[in-house]
Design a protein around this ligand. Structure first.
Ligand SMILES: *Cc1c(COP(=O)(O)O)cnc(C)c1O
Length: 386
């Protein structure tokens, strides 16, 4: 190992630190939830994606214990060898039925699912059309697919239409976050579907933040999109579902094609089947989760009303559990986040380059596991800062 190579890395790390862009992991003890112990401090957490409070729910924990006795810990092989367990298969069927699509495929993570779908559908001669605010995993997937990669301004459908009209690619895929992860707003699903139909494209919708929360838990698909053969739906299962993994739901032939072609599905060990057993229980909790969703909605309304006249910054328009408070400069957002932590409130500062310059923000996420009092505390502390 040449030491010059190592020195370059160390210089790079020092530069990140100097620019306040160094990423640091906080250390969690115990279980995920609204109240957590992080870096040894007991805090109210406003940054998890555990929107329904299912990550440590007793029913899911019991499902894990029960499954352990049946299937052990490891899957032992890839799905196409001997790793495809009945729990995986049962979950796929239950998920497809729940979201109203003919078939589904369970991937180990959302990142891998995005990579698998875009590489399998677009490949070398295809073209992927992507909203500029899509999640990093969709960006990476499009780039790694080898397809042409064309991005349109956030929500700008006339720019997208121009790009589709100009395309000579045979296989076209419009890929979009359904709920945008840093802004909390929704993609215009039916208008995207209109364009997909007009230009014979697939519409791939990543509903990482909508599944479990929107549409009685079924996510953000419209009735038309649910019924359309050209819509491919992704739910990640480590967020509101509280477990891990991601499920793609689509026409049977799309799912069959993914099993043949999606390398991140084929060439990796199946996820532990006990997780699929937990997911089956999670699906039951989501289906019967009206009370959780009502609590979450009431927290969203409480926060938005409470911060109407805040001096520090303004909430972006969002009806989802993602409630970004735009501060502006990186350093100001970081200072606000640190001050909240001194009040025992954990709210991350999201900075450039994750979000555009001068839109550094506190990314508040709410959960059904919060109490009205937790939300009131956050509102009060933010007013005290401003
Ligand atoms: C979190 C997220 C992913 C990645 O899902 P994982 O299961 O965590 O890998 C993909 N897309 C969006 C929009 C996300 O927010």
């Amino acid at each position: 190992m040449s030491s010059a190579a190592l020195t370059r890395l160390q210089d790079g790390l020092a530069a990140l630190q100097a620019d306040h862009l160094e990423r640091r992991r906080r250390l969690l003890d115990g279980a995920q939830g609204a109240h957590v112990t992080i870096d040894g401090q007991r805090v109210v957490s406003f940054c998890s994606n555990d929107y329904l409070g299912l990550a440590a729910d007793p029913a899911l924990v019991a499902a894990a214990h029960a499954a352990l006795d049946i299937c052990g810990v490891g899957a032992g092989a890839a799905h196409l060898i001997t790793g495809h367990h009945r729990f995986h298969d049962d979950f796929e069927a239950a998920f497809a039925r729940f979201v109203g699509k003919p078939a589904a495929l369970l991937f180990s993570t959302g990142y891998l699912a995005n990579l698998g779908v875009l590489t399998a559908l677009a490949a070398k001669k295809g073209e992927v059309f992507a909203d500029k605010l899509n999640h990093a995993s969709l960006v990476d997937a499009a780039q790694l697919s080898g397809a042409s990669f064309t991005r349109y301004r956030h929500g700008d459908l006339s720019q997208l239409e121009g790009q589709l009209a100009a395309s000579t690619a045979l296989d076209k895929v419009i890929a979009s976050d359904l709920v945008f992860s840093m802004d909390g707003d929704l993609a215009p699903v039916d208008a995207l579907l209109d364009l997909a139909e007009r230009y014979d494209a697939w519409l791939y919708l990543d509903d990482a933040h909508g599944f479990g929360v929107l549409g009685d838990g079924r996510g953000g698909l419209t009735a038309r999109a649910r019924a359309s053969d050209r819509v491919i739906y992704l739910a990640t299962l480590g967020k509101a579902a509280g477990v891990s993994g991601a499920a793609v739901a689509a026409h049977v032939s799309v799912i069959d094609w993914l099993v043949q072609k999606a390398r991140p599905y084929i060439y990796t060990t199946a996820s532990p089947p006990l997780l699929a057993a937990c997911l089956l229980e999670s699906l039951r909790q989501i289906e019967a989760g009206e009370a959780r969703r009502a609590r979450l909605c009431s927290h969203i309304a409480q926060l938005r009303e409470g911060l109407v006249d805040l001096k520090l910054g303004a909430l972006m328009p969002s009806d989802t559990p993602i409630q970004p408070l735009v501060i502006g400069a990186n350093a100001d957002a970081v200072r606000a986040s640190q001050a909240l932590l001194q009040h025992g409130l954990l709210v991350p500062a999201i900075r450039t380059p994750t979000v555009p310059a001068n839109t550094a923000r506190l990314r508040i996420t709410l959960s059904a596991a919060h109490s009205a009092d937790d939300v009131a505390q956050l509102i009060e502390a933010l007013h005290a800062l401003g």
